[in-house]
Design a protein around this ligand. Structure first.
Ligand SMILES: Cc1ncc(COP(=O)(O)O)c(C=O)c1O
Length: 411
């Protein structure tokens, strides 16, 4: 893709207010110049290695493979990256770009808080001011990350519009950018939004798939049969898939099935639910009502609770290159539990959608098949959601005790 090509098939594009034209022109020019600049690449590789902790391992999940009795399961361990998820790959890339462009301030939207946390960390490291927009609902359910962003020196700005989740946070960040363009870079966290974000975020995340390819060829001597990743906006999935697009490897994206496809409480945009539209300045599939307004979405995982999907994924789905499916909340919790018990790995709720699908598929395949699942993040951030499920009574008692302790009633 060169920088004149702003679409993926008929999707993508750049439907922005006039006030943002200069900012997008500047960003497009800077990105497509610097992405091939040897000094920029060297700096990014240094940060990937020494700050993010790359490469992340490709781990053979031996116990689960044996339990399920089918395909070999490998996990790409993005949860071991600095700040706990793949989001840091893009945050560091764009923060470095912003610094080179002479920007002084980063703004970001966040759902699960992982992108906000990653952006806040990158801003602290690079000496940039940072404001993160987050829906009130997400702030309540992902408080550990809200705390973390504050500790890194970012301001977390509550968004009270709409469903008060990620969709509204994107709107708020875009609006804020129009008010302060000159010294600010909008560090968008997924492979969506107006051009050049989908291409730029994909490029910064493609390190995931590149490492998987190298490692699996070394370990198994061949490419995997299937790659499985969860899909919110689409950055960890396209980051894993990009390098394999021209290979004979099945690509599977797993959306948030929430309480089930028939309940209206989900975020299944593909499989016939979403409608093509132009929303938030790009063309893709969105969950919309008859008037074209975005529907309220639901997922146990804040990071998949979004009404749109990246335009490249929409295009690849239409082409039949990526298959989409979903996992419902209860399957996701079971997948977290199974992975924790059998491998000693606590995946993020988002990533557990991909695991749930892998656990359905593995037993149907022969023992010489290979599935790679992207564990996009670790589950520490979800303890306030998973705590009651894993350890109901004790968890509640712990929280009650903590409140008493903090209010000075016990020592
Ligand atoms: C751990 C984790 N995985 C996946 C996602 C979904 O985002 P994307 O589809 O852009 O990878 C998020 C979003 O916050 C996340 O925190």
């Amino acid at each position: 893709m060169n920088y004149k090509k702003r679409h993926f098939g008929s999707y993508g594009g750049r439907y922005i207010p006039e006030v943002l034209y200069p900012a997008f022109e500047e960003l497009e020019e800077a990105y497509f110049r610097l992405k091939d600049d040897p000094d920029f690449i060297a700096e990014l590789i240094y940060l990937q290695k020494h700050y993010i902790g790359r490469p992340t391992p490709l781990y053979f999940a031996e116990n689960l493979t044996s339990d399920l009795g089918g395909a070999k399961l490998y996990f790409k361990m993005e949860g071991l990256a600095h700040t706990g998820a793949h989001k840091i790959n893009n945050a560091v890339g764009q923060a470095l770009l912003a610094k080179k462009m002479g920007k002084k301030r980063l703004i970001a939207e966040t759902g699960a808080g992982q992108h906000g946390l990653a952006t806040a960390a990158a801003a602290a490291k690079m000496g940039l001011e940072c404001d993160v927009f987050m829906g009130e609902v997400d702030m309540a359910r992902q408080h550990p990350n809200v705390l973390g962003m504050g500790v890194f020196g970012a301001r977390v700005i509550p968004v009270t519009d709409g469903s008060r989740t990620l969709t509204d946070a994107v709107n708020a960040a875009l609006k804020n950018w129009t008010e302060r363009v000159s010294d600010t870079h909008y560090l968008l966290g997924s492979a969506l939004g107006p051009h050049p974000y989908p291409a730029m975020v994909r490029d910064f995340q493609s390190v995931i798939g590149e490492e998987v390819k190298k490692d699996i060829l070394e370990i198994e001597g061949r490419l995997p049969d299937k790659l499985i990743a969860c899909v919110g906006g689409g950055s960890n999935s396209i980051g894993l898939f990009n390098t394999f697009l021209n290979d004979d490897v099945e690509l599977i994206g797993v959306e948030a099935g929430g309480e089930g496809p028939d309940t209206q409480k989900h975020a299944i945009r593909m499989s016939g639910n979403g409608r093509i539209g132009i929303v938030q300045a790009y063309k893709s599939y969105f969950l919309q009502d008859d008037n074209g307004s975005l529907k309220t979405t639901h997922s146990i995982s804040a990071g998949l609770d979004y009404a749109g999907i990246g335009p490249e994924l929409a295009h690849l789905a239409d082409e039949g290159r990526i298959k989409f499916t979903h996992a419902i909340d209860s399957e996701v919790l079971d997948a977290v539990k199974m992975t924790a018990r059998r491998e000693g790995i606590l995946p993020a709720l988002e990533s557990a959608h991909a695991l749930a699908e892998a656990f359905k598929q593995a037993p149907k395949l022969s023992g010489d098949s290979i599935i790679v699942v992207n564990i996009s993040g670790r589950g520490d951030k979800d303890l306030f959601i998973t705590g009651p499920y894993f350890d109901g009574k004790n968890w509640k008692a712990f929280l009650q005790n903590e409140i008493k302790r903090l209010s000075g009633e016990t020592s």
